[in-house]
Design a protein around this ligand. Structure first.
Ligand code: PEP
Ligand code: MN
Length: 290
């Protein structure tokens, strides 16, 4: 279709229509979902930063990051005890031992814990310590897992599959909502494209599209998108500017010796510097950084 300027007019499709999503779709009586955690609310207009290592590796490692985050006023930490790895020969996470470390650090700091649940079999142990259950990219369409999480009242961070569309992400959210759990936070973490310049191409416009059609909050994960630390600052600034509800960032006390995702993990010092810049920028957008 040609408009009067002679440019091609892209018609908005059902993908951009909130009515296509019976539960996740924005409607007059449901414009925004807020997910309340201890001391912060995701989706209330603030920008929530959830930082931490890819994997919990030791008490010393996890507690060092946790105490730093607490000292700079952040309220949530990420870290996996169960890690979905491409190779079965790679570090799989400390598993139950990791959960014990998480529990101890949670007790000491009061930080909200974001950690991944990979299998229904681990539910009881993981739900016990997690404040937010992470459903990883590879499990975004694990429908039995989604249905199960739907029957709990635990906040969920649902990461976009690296080969999945925005429509599919929202339909996976529908599975959780349909079970009666309305505490769903989405996460754009990059998708696989032809271009090796980024580990996964960060689809920032997914944030704008989700914001148009859905009432669910959405975070951006620049670490798994870029795969390198060099561009994380730019990605975080862009995430804030485009209206994401926050970000998930990998930080490690010693990235070069990390057991997973070291190349994309910021040092505590570098994260601290970026945090300062983000705080300034958040003021320009009248958004509180939590
Ligand atoms: C992670 O958060 O460490 C992770 C494995 O992420 P994703 O599922 O997005 O790859
Ligand atoms: Mn990781």
């Amino acid at each position: 279709m040609e408009d009067e300027l002679g440019t091609f007019e892209f018609p908005l499709t059902a993908i951009h229509d909130p009515k296509s999503y019976p539960l996740a779709g924005k409607r007059e009586d449901k414009l925004q979902t807020n997910v309340a955690l201890r001391g912060l609310t995701v989706g209330d207009g603030s920008f929530t930063l959830i930082a931490g290592p890819c994997a919990v590796e030791s008490y010393e490692q996890f507690s060092k990051i946790a105490h730093f985050l607490k000292s700079v006023g952040l309220k949530a930490i990420r870290g996996g005890a169960y890690k979905p790895r491409t190779s079965p020969h790679s570090f799989q996470g400390l598993q139950e031992e990791g959960l014990k470390i998480i529990a101890q650090v949670k007790e000491e700091t009061g930080l909200n814990i974001v950690t991944e649940l990979m299998s229904i079999a681990d539910t009881e142990k993981v739900l016990d310590v997690a404040d937010v259950i992470q459903i990883g990219s590879r499990n975004m369409q694990n429908f039995p897992l989604l249905k199960f999480i739907g029957t709990t009242q635990k906040p969920v961070l649902l990461k976009r599959g690296f080969g999945n569309s925005i429509y599919e992400l929202l339909m996976s959210a529908e599975y959780i909502l349909a079970g009666g759990n309305d505490k769903v936070i989405l996460c754009e973490r990059g998708i696989r494209t032809f271009d090796p310049a980024q580990r996964n191409t960060l689809d920032l416009m997914a944030v704008a599209i989700v914001k148009r059609v859905s009432h669910l909050p959405i975070l951006v994960d620049p670490s798994h998108s870029l795969g390198l630390t060099e561009y994380i600052e730019s990605a975080l600034k862009s995430a804030l500017a485009i209206g994401a509800d926050g970000a998930l960032v990998e930080v490690h006390p010693e990235p070069t010796s990390a057991l997973s995702d070291g190349k994309q993990s910021l040092t505590i010092e570098d994260f601290s510097e970026i945090l300062g810049k983000l705080r300034q920028l958040s003021q320009a957008f009248s958004r509180e950084l939590t």
